[in-house]
Write a protein that binds this ligand. Structure first.
Ligand SMILES: C[S@@+](CC[C@H](N)C(=O)[O-])C[C@H]1O[C@@H](n2cnc3c(N)ncnc32)[C@H](O)[C@@H]1O
Length: 221
């Protein structure tokens, strides 16, 4: 009888240890699956253009064409793996912001920024480029499409401050002649500088470029 009780207890213990082993395996599987899901999250909506990276030498030429310096804030709209803001920080000491709809690419860009040692100067945000607040940009980089250039032109003109530069890889604004163009290999690059609009002229100093605004005066008591 005692032997039966002991064997039963041993059986129970081994089943219980199998169960906890199975629980561990199941937990590991769930973690792996959810980890995989996090690494390849789907965008909130269908991207307007699929991902094609700008080649490194072309990206460098875009930043040179825009005359990027360490006082610039460079926004890449549809930032892919983050190479344009990262290069702007690495090569020119600028600050960079990437707006990207695909969360997997946003994650990749953050890892790339860390590896490049510039994660203190660049930020990548998951979002729709049409809804992003771009008013702090002094340079905007684009690699989109003809139809997206048509759709984004009004936003750029209304939100960017006069003096901001826009540089585009391959695509141009139909009714806004570029200030400069250049070619790198087979890629054409275009540069525009935002001019004061009618509302800027009417509002005067309120929308002057930051560098040209006078010091803020203290109110007299
Ligand atoms: C042609 S790739 C350019 C990537 C990067 N700018 C470069 O030059 O290497 C266009 C990028 O825009 C992103 N995209 C498409 N529609 C978007 C939207 N509505 N808002 C933000 N990003 C978008 C795509 O996921 C893709 O990464």
């Amino acid at each position: 009888m005692i032997r039966v009780i002991r064997e039963t207890r041993e059986l129970c213990e081994s089943v219980s240890s199998m169960k906890s082993g199975l629980t561990l395996v199941a937990t590991a599987l769930i973690a792996a699956v959810s980890g995989a899901t996090a690494a390849t999250q789907a965008p909130a909506r269908t991207p307007d253009i699929h991902y094609t990276p700008t080649r490194q030498n072309v990206a460098e030429a875009m930043l040179t064409l825009a005359g990027v310096t360490n006082t610039d804030v460079v926004y890449d709209l549809g930032s892919g793996d983050g190479r344009l803001p990262i290069l702007a920080a690495q090569l020119h000491g600028a600050r960079g912001v990437g707006i990207e709809i695909n969360p997997t690419l946003v994650e990749t860009a953050r890892i790339n920024a860390k590896e490049a040692g510039v994660s203190d100067r660049v930020i990548f945000m998951e979002g729709d480029l049409f809804e992003a607040n771009i008013s702090q940009a002094t340079v905007v980089t684009l690699y989109l499409s003809t139809s997206l250039m048509r759709q984004i032109e009004g936003k750029l003109k209304s939100e960017l401050r006069p003096g901001s530069r826009i540089v585009s890889h391959q695509f141009w604004f139909q009714g806004w002649p570029a200030d400069r163009t250049t070619r790198v290999d087979a890629s054409e690059l275009f540069l525009w500088t935002v001019r004061p609009g009618v509302s800027d002229l009417l509002l005067g100093a309120r929308r002057l470029p930051l560098a040209r605004r006078g010091p803020r005066l203290a109110r007299p008591d």
